[in-house]
Design a protein. Structure first.
Length: 132
């Protein structure tokens, strides 16, 4: 009995997992290219931190964010990260399984992250100017 069970189990296909989706299904959403969403997370974090620096140096500056509370700023940054993931997943569902489609799925992360880095740099320059 044990020999028969081992033989049957050895010929069974491996169960579907994250790295091994079942045959006939779409490609997995989470793959190495989704690490580009870290660009978005880093950009949002840098923008949040640099905005807080400007707020500490000049609480009445006209350049500072329209949102006065830290909680609302944090909520907007988290929503931007979620928006990037949502758009990527919507593109994942809508686009065909082609190599170029995988690249397009990653554009929202970079498209939301790079402007945040630019804003963070602007905030940091303003912070250095006001600090001196």
């Amino acid at each position: 009995e044990r020999f028969v069970a081992e033989r049957l189990l050895s010929k069974a296909p491996p169960p579907p997992t994250f790295a091994n989706p079942p045959k006939g299904s779409r490609h997995p959403f989470w793959n190495k290219s989704k690490l580009l969403h870290l660009v978005n997370i880093a950009g949002q974090s840098a923008d949040f931190y640099s905005t807080r620096l400007v707020d500490r140096v000049c609480p009445e500056c006209p350049e500072k964010s329209a949102f006065k509370s830290t909680g609302s700023q944090a909520a907007i940054k988290v929503a931007n990260v979620g928006l990037g993931l949502f758009i990527s997943y919507a593109l994942h569902q809508a686009l065909p399984e082609k190599h170029w489609a995988h690249r397009i799925e990653d554009l929202p992360a970079v498209g939301l992250g790079i402007p945040s880095f630019i804003a963070a740099r602007k905030n940091y320059d303003l912070y250095r100017e006001l600090k001196d």
